[in-house]
Design a protein around this ligand. Structure first.
Ligand code: IPE
Ligand code: IPE
Ligand code: MG
Length: 244
């Protein structure tokens, strides 16, 4: 049997704890988001180095619009600046960026930058980076249901032909395999409306480390935890026969 370490093909990260990191230091919450950008850079580097092929980062949920207006404005400004500034460096690392979530709610300037970064990095082959922006799993599923109903009503598909693959193909993540590992920083042990369909069999890993403090070593630790997990997918493992 191969002794090689099992590497998750797709890692999805709930980047949590920016606000607490800032508050603990007497800083404005937006300072935590700003510092979080360095953790994003470190995580992308670590994913490429670790042989991960797909990385999904949860950056803004549909529920996050309910935060104070100044925080939302600071976040939008930061997304815009980052996608503009980082595009070239990401393309150089072989990273292809895809945005998942409903981008229609963003101002035109943000939507344009998102389109530009997708176009500029389209040739990347080492890592596909899915950025979840204005994302929620339930709204993604409702959107897929609407789309499939439209197709059924127009006669494009038969309702009885709708199976798990049809649904998966109607999600934002259609081109991406399901996450093998979902990692959350910041200590909370919940999914907060993230990849509920896709994560059906994902391994979950929670760390108390706040996102701005997240390092390449922490990422490597999560990969080690994943490698030690026994993934059974509902099956029974055939025991290795004992030698006499
Ligand atoms: C995650 O950090 C970033 C976003 C949700 C945009 P938080 O801002 O949720 O930080 P905490 O959880 O309040 O510390
Ligand atoms: C989840 O974090 C969303 C992102 C990391 C973008 P939240 O801080 O919004 O989640 P809750 O409120 O703790 O569930
Ligand atoms: Mg939070």
């Amino acid at each position: 049997m191969s002794e090689e370490k099992r590497i998750p093909r797709h890692v999805a990260v709930i980047m949590d704890g920016n606000g607490r990191w800032a508050t603990q230091r007497g800083l404005d919450r937006s300072e935590g988001h700003l510092r979080g950008v360095e953790s994003v850079r470190r995580t992308i580097r670590a994913a490429v180095a670790g042989g991960v092929r797909y990385l999904t980062l949860y950056a803004f949920s549909t529920e996050n619009w309910g935060r104070p207006a100044e925080e939302v404005a600071a976040l939008l400004e930061l997304f815009c600046r980052c996608v503009q500034n980082e595009a070239e460096a990401l393309a150089d690392q072989g990273v292809r960026v895809r945005i998942i979530g409903d981008r229609e709610r963003f101002p035109e300037e943000v939507r344009d930058s998102l389109e530009r970064i997708e176009a500029c990095t389209a040739a990347g082959e080492r890592l596909t980076l899915q950025l979840a922006l204005n994302y929620s799993s339930r709204s993604e599923l409702a959107r897929a249901a609407r789309e499939l109903c439209r197709q059924a009503l127009s006669g494009e598909i038969a309702p009885d032909a709708i199976d798990e693959q049809t649904v998966a193909r109607a999600l934002y993540t259609a081109e991406c395999p399901d996450p093998d590992l979902i990692l959350r920083t910041g200590g909370e042990q919940r999914l907060s409306n993230f990849l509920l369909w896709q994560g059906a069999y994902a391994e979950l890993c929670f760390t108390p480390v706040l996102w701005p403090d997240f390092t390449e070593e922490e990422f490597a630790r999560a990969l080690d935890q994943y490698a030690a997990r026994d993934r059974r997918f509902g099956l029974v493992k055939t025991p290795t026969p004992k030698r006499s």
